[in-house]
Design a protein around this ligand. Sequence first.
Ligand code: E4P
Length: 218
Amino acid sequence: MKIYIDSSDIKEIKEINKTKLVDGITTNPSLIAKQNKNIKTILKEICNEIKGPVSAEVTAVDCEGMLKEAKILKKIAKNIVIKLPLTFEGLKACKELSAKGIKTNVTLCFSVTQALMAAKSGATYVSPFIGRLDDIGKSGVGLIQDIRKVFDNYKDLKTKILSASIRNVDHVKEVAKAGSDIATIPPKVFHEMYKHELTDKGLKIFLDDWNSTNQKIS
Ligand code: E4P
């Protein structure tokens, strides 16, 4: 499963990218708003750091407006992916952009039929929101399992499942088990993914024992 980072904060992104484990980035208008910087500046900085796909979301709500914004966003960098809302207008825009070979990420997906519509519109990625479904008492992971099953029934559907709105490491584990192609992960959850208290305890024991030998590896 590919790992994307769900952030518009270049400092956080650069820190995490020291691991070279970042396959891509997703942004959204709320994440951009937190930065107090121009959207183009933010996206340029991110695209300079990360060579994989970087999702940039349109804010127009009509197809024509979305296409205009897509043209502007696309010019920022080669690896920009146009993020569109899963609405009637968004699907129209997705179909047009896909026909031109422009990569798209259809976002705010909360049902299997929505995912199917995104796939039929030629979306490169569809983003089902796990955490926000859990928030209303539905199973976010269940949605990923269902979309995986449906997409696997129809091999002509090439759309990648990009699990979004991930809130914890358990979500990451469960969407990976369900066969999600990608998970977009908040920085905080990324840093929880490699930690385990037994790793810390175990390392301490090893180092204490080692130091008692007064040896050095040289
Ligand atoms: C996905 O592309 C979105 O940016 C994001 O995952 C939304 O997550 P949230 O529900 O935590 O805001």
